[in-house]
Design a protein around this ligand. Sequence first.
Ligand SMILES: [Zn+2]
Length: 81
Amino acid sequence: MNDAKLGFKALKPGEQIMVDAKNAVPKICGCGCKYFISVFAVSTLSALMSPTGQELLLQAPVLVCLECKKPLVIGKENGGE
Ligand SMILES: [Zn+2]
């Protein structure tokens, strides 16, 4: 038995990529909480502005802090107020 390291495969394009959590930066709310809840911000587009001529309901997913309920702003550094 030799100990050749088999099982090491190169990733092909389009293959599933394992994201290394070490490279991810955790988002922390200004209050210090690290946990967020997924909610929806809902807005209506009036019939006058809508391309369909009917009032439209728009939903946008938002993450809010579990503790202080402040929305998480993605793409900005912490404490951008
Ligand atoms: Zn918070």
